[in-house]
Design a protein around this ligand. Structure first.
Ligand SMILES: [Zn+2]
Length: 426
């Protein structure tokens, strides 16, 4: 299938300034040997060709511009889409397990600026006829406390969010004296996206919110979701839309599956085709059969490759440490952690109540030692040390500037605090 599609893909890519200068007068032949010799396209290439150097269609065909979410340093990596790209993107998202319908109320608590994800979930929910709540995740007007109010008041059924968010909402609910479920009586599913999600953190979120959790994985420069879940809960890479390769960064060679950095070639992208694009994500890709019967590889996303740390002679990724932390029994109440590697030794810091601190330390030490060897350390800190609880329940709002006012005192400044926390849960 790929061999049939690749000549067209390379031909389309060749219409951009970048690939024309890379390929020369003609696009390369698409034989497997020749394809494997095409240099990887990197984030630096996208930055160097900002803003229009990767575009392969006329300006009038461009529908939207986006940038990646800043998971790496070095400036914006732009991404363009045509109207056709948007339809194809929504088709892909719809394959996932979320099964949106016109009975759903969908809280979109993922960024709208500048990434694609908020617009993708918004568009897919509208296409399904659902009621959309565009809460955003980068707005100072939308505190965690306000999100809880929306979940409850609008009887939200599906929430799309970074998987960090439901943990923050849960801690916020607890500080306000309620169980998370009391704020989300109708919540049936959380669509986790934008961060790797380990199996253990997924179980913890499902436990806290008493609802299903599904994962959508992708990035803005490739055209949003690259993978979604089958009915069996396996994350599958959309290999009929993206030709995947797994790069061994030490040798520079790629393989069809295994552990390494994910490289993809867009097979359907119109506005900005990417050929052998190095996503920078550490993954495990496998063609082992899944009970769903889909002819698509499964993918486990481990984290950003460059953020992996060398421990005990191997590269350790964020989702592996996360797995150890959330393997702790839920009744110990550990929600927040950070880990730091220095001179080959890992220190994991978690928040826990003093009454369970000893138990947390001994259980987590055993897990982390299994993962990172005997040189690692665990520090148990008081709640609030890693995540400021006052900040978590903050209910202040930012309003528009007020040009005409009355009463004592006249407001001034760039940002204006709203007089009351409208909609915040009481
Ligand atoms: Zn499956």
């Amino acid at each position: 299938m790929w061999s049939e599609l690749l000549p067209g893909v390379l031909e389309r890519a060749h219409r951009s300034d970048f690939y024309r200068s890379r390929f020369g007068a003609r696009p390369p032949q698409a034989s497997p040997g020749e394809f494997a010799r095409i240099p990887l396209t990197t984030k630096d290439d996208l930055r160097a060709r900002y803003p229009f150097g990767m575009v392969a269609v006329p300006r009038r065909d461009l529908a939207s511009y986006h940038e990646s979410s800043g998971t790496s340093v070095g400036g914006a990596t732009g991404s363009f889409h045509t109207a056709g790209d948007w339809e194809e993107m929504l088709d892909r998202f719809e394959r996932g397990r979320q099964d949106l319908t016109d009975a759903d109320t969908v809280l979109v608590r993922v960024p709208y600026a500048m990434v694609t994800i908020g617009h993708q979930v918004h568009g897919a929910a509208r296409r399904a006829g659902a009621l959309v709540v565009p809460a955003d995740a980068r707005s100072t007007a939308m505190t965690h406390r306000r999100v809880l109010g929306l979940l409850r008041d609008l009887r939200v059924t599906v929430a799309a969010a970074l998987p960090t968010e439901p943990l923050l909402w849960a801690a916020c609910a607890q500080l306000l004296g309620e169980s998370p479920r009391a704020y989300a009586p109708d919540l049936r599913m959380i669509v986790a996206t934008g961060e790797p999600l380990s199996a253990a953190r997924r179980r913890r979120i499902a436990h806290l919110w008493d609802c299903d959790v599904t994962v959508s994985y992708g990035n803005s420069e490739c055209g949003s979701n690259l993978a979604g879940e089958c009915p069996h809960g396996t994350l599958h890479l959309w290999a009929d839309r993206y030709l995947p390769e797994v790069l061994d960064p030490d040798t520079g060679t790629t393989a069809p599956q295994g552990r390494g950095r994910l490289v993809v070639t867009t097979l359907r992208r119109e506005a900005m085709p990417l050929v052998r694009y190095d996503t920078g994500d550490a993954v495990e890709l496998s063609y082992d059969p899944c009970p769903c019967g889909w002819a698509l590889p499964s993918v486990r996303v481990l984290g950003r490759w460059e953020q992996g740390v060398r421990i005990e002679g191997r590269r350790l990724f964020v989702s592996e440490v996360e797995e150890a932390v959330y393997a702790l029994p839920p009744e110990l109440g550990v929600l927040f952690w950070r880990a730091h590697a220095h001179e080959g030794a890992l220190t994991v810091r978690v928040e826990a109540e003093p009454s369970v601190a000893d138990r947390v330390e001994s259980l987590l030490k055993a897990e982390v030692e299994r993962l990172a060897g005997p040189g690692c350390a665990v520090q148990v800190l008081a709640p609030g040390t890693l995540v400021d609880r006052e900040e978590l329940v903050r209910s202040s709002h930012i309003a528009k500037p007020r040009y005409l006012s009355s009463g004592p005192g006249a407001p001034s400044g760039l940002m204006y605090p709203a007089p009351a926390a409208a909609g915040a849960p009481s």
